[in-house]
Design a protein around this ligand. Structure first.
Ligand code: CAO
Length: 586
């Protein structure tokens, strides 16, 4: 017999005024059990409220912009089974019998992070029932040691570590990410519960951990002040973490904004800085802003959300945006398809080989950054017709100046900031290097700002921090900024903004070695400069060979945008600028 039930907002942590940002169903819709009904978004997490049962939506009880909390009415659902998945439409908003009610306050609050979107709503607490405070941590005494363990990560056990952010001896601030775990349902950053020095850290990527697994001990900084104490030590109940953003169906994971605080642990902090993929990959490689249900929808259609422009506030991607993207892609003329094609190109697959037949092997999961940058360089390589132009610049005088200025200013000046400045100057003279091809391949977008990214080698893979307004900065400032960004990159502390907006990239392998190489253009940029190791070479001055310090340069460019002659002029100009720094001031 058909029965009506009122679907309520499940336990969403301590949030009590969360805006509804999307209503995904309308009256009359037939929904499956677990189908997302509405999307809520706090400043910390995006979450879908799923249908507790299959049924027909009779009426919607809220609208976009409404602010809700646990127990708020979402809609009325007519179900066949008559099972009270939420509560009868007429009943008080209390005691909604979830299919699998949480056994206790602790699990109902803390499991929400990893499973809110797929679990049926948990039993709402009565309106005046306060969430259970998170159990106090062992005090992290100043100058003492605190053992750090994996916090409550919901129902998950044996969760693989996908990223390690610290090593033994590192000094961390409270809430700095120590490592990232990824189950099939959620990605969770484990933060430092206090500021201190990491000791006894032995975990590595691929290790599997569960709640309570030892991570390291923290030698608590003597100057640790109250603000550094774990939230759970404060008298107020610790903030109950928000549910992890996750897919309703496939468990596609996103970093939780604030995942469960463990007993004795500080709540997990907002997600680690967005993935340090090469800047141009940002659109595609960084987690796009979309609700779990939209992600699922996109996945089903094979849409890369990184390619979709969000029309909702803060660039959030809506259902209509995905649909529009699909329509546009289907209608796109072959030229623009060619401009965008990567996943659709039917390149022959590399045969799958069982390497174990030839000898012992070990399979190591790739770190997230590596996976993202692999996807990005692959896209760039497939989409961009590359040409690489090589040359060498005589930096004999520059080198002498660099050394003298390093001593004089006390700032370590490497070759990189000089090259960056020279590239900026050359880009000003050859503005097509400061451009991007429009997505439809019909026009050139010329940028009136000049930000340059540089590839940085980090333990977790390649990242591309971006130095802004290079044309307006001096060499010393550039040296300081690149050194600072490179350190942040290696420490895994770069923020999303610090990897966005690049116009051109420099990949300097000069500190390592090698002569020339072919850098891959960092799409949608159109040029990248590879710098190799300088060496003394005999250079003919018209009368005799002179020993000169030569640095090899490799300029790769997008041949759809840049003609060969234009690129040759650009690199010749660059070589001249490096050979005679006085030209930089002209
Ligand atoms: N020729 C000779 N020596 C060079 C040089 C060059 N072209 N470039 C740098 N060096 C020297 C520096 O002067 C420094 O020497 P000292 O320590 O004796 O002063 C040493 O090499 C190390 O420099 P550095 O690498 O620390 O500093 P940098 O400013 O040159 O580079 C950074 C910074 C972040 C670009 C670099 O550390 C890095 O990560 N490079 C790798 C980039 C990369 O992976 N590219 C590939 C991307 S595609 O996969």
């Amino acid at each position: 017999m058909a029965k009506e039930m009122e679907v309520l907002v499940p336990d969403i942590g301590d949030f009590d005024s969360v805006p509804v940002i999307d209503i995904l169903v309308k009256a009359g819709d037939q929904v499956e059990k677990e189908a997302p009904l509405v999307t809520l978004e706090s400043d910390k997490a995006t979450m879908d409220v799923p249908a507790p049962q299959a049924g027909i939506v009779k009426s919607i009880r809220l609208k976009v912009g409404d602010k809700v909390k646990q127990g708020s009415a979402v809609l009325v659902l007519e179900t066949d089974s008559g099972e009270a998945a939420s509560k009868p439409a007429s009943a008080e908003p209390k005691n909604a019998a979830a299919e699998k009610p949480q056994a206790k306050a602790e699990s109902s609050s803390q499991n929400s992070s990893a499973s809110a979107a797929t679990k049926p709503p948990s039993q709402p607490k009565s309106p005046d029932e306060k969430p259970a405070p998170i159990a106090p941590a062992k005090p992290a005494e100043k100058g003492g040691k605190q053992e750090v363990t994996v916090p409550d990560i919901g129902d998950f056990k044996e969760v693989p570590i996908i990223e390690v952010r610290v090593k033994d001896g590192d000094v961390v601030a409270k809430e700095d990410t120590l490592l990232t775990l990824e189950s099939d349902k959620a990605t969770l950053d484990v933060p430092a519960p206090a500021a201190g020095t990491v000791r006894g850290f032995k975990l590595k990527v691929g290790d599997k951990v569960s709640k309570g697994s030892a991570i390291c001990s923290l030698e608590i900084a003597a100057e640790t002040n109250a603000a550094d104490q774990p939230a759970s030590e404060k008298t107020e109940p610790a903030e109950k973490p928000a549910p992890a953003k996750k897919s309703a169906a496939h468990g596609e994971a996103e970093a939780p904004s604030s995942a469960p605080g463990n007993l004795g642990q500080a709540p997990l902090p907002p997600p680690a800085s967005p993935l340090p993929a090469p800047d141009a990959a940002v659109d595609a490689a960084m987690i796009p802003h979309a609700s779990p249900s939209i992600r699922k929808f996109a996945r089903e259609l094979g849409v890369d959300l990184g390619q979709v422009k969000g029309s909702a506030p803060h660039g959030r991607i809506t259902l209509e945006d995905v649909q529009g993207y699909v329509k546009k892609s289907l209608a796109a003329p072959s030229a623009s398809v060619a401009a965008n094609a990567s996943s659709s190109s039917s390149i022959p697959k590399i045969p799958v080989i069982d390497f174990a037949q030839f000898g012992p092997i070990e399979t190591q999961p790739l770190a997230r950054i590596r996976k993202l940058s692999a996807a990005h360089v692959h896209r760039s390589w497939l989409n961009i017709p590359h040409v690489t132009q090589n040359d060498e610049a005589d930096i004999t005088e520059l080198e002498a100046f660099r050394k003298s200025q390093s001593e004089e200013t006390g700032v370590k000046l490497t070759l990189l900031p000089f090259i960056m400045k020279a590239v900026a100057k050359a880009m000003t003279a050859y503005p097509e290097f400061n451009a991007s091809l429009s997505p439809d391949g019909e026009s050139l977008i010329l940028k009136q700002y000049l930000h340059i990214g540089f590839a940085a080698d980090t333990p977790n893979g390649l990242v591309v921090p971006v130095v802004r307004d290079v044309d307006q900065k001096g060499i010393v400032a550039l040296a300081q900024e690149t050194a600072e960004l490179a350190k942040k990159a290696r420490d895994g502390k770069l923020k999303g903004d610090e990897m966005r907006g690049g116009c051109f990239s420099i990949s300097s392998l000069g500190g390592i070695g090698g002569s020339h190489f072919t850098p891959i253009v960092n799409a949608p940029e159109v040029g990248i400069l590879g710098v190799s190791r300088s060496s003394i070479k005999p250079v003919w001055d018209g009368k005799a060979f002179q020993p000169r310090l030569m640095v090899p340069l490799s300029l790769s460019y997008d041949h759809r945008v840049i003609d060969g002659a234009y690129a040759a002029r650009f690199i010749v100009q660059l070589v001249k600028l490096l050979a005679d720094l006085r030209r930089l001031s002209l």
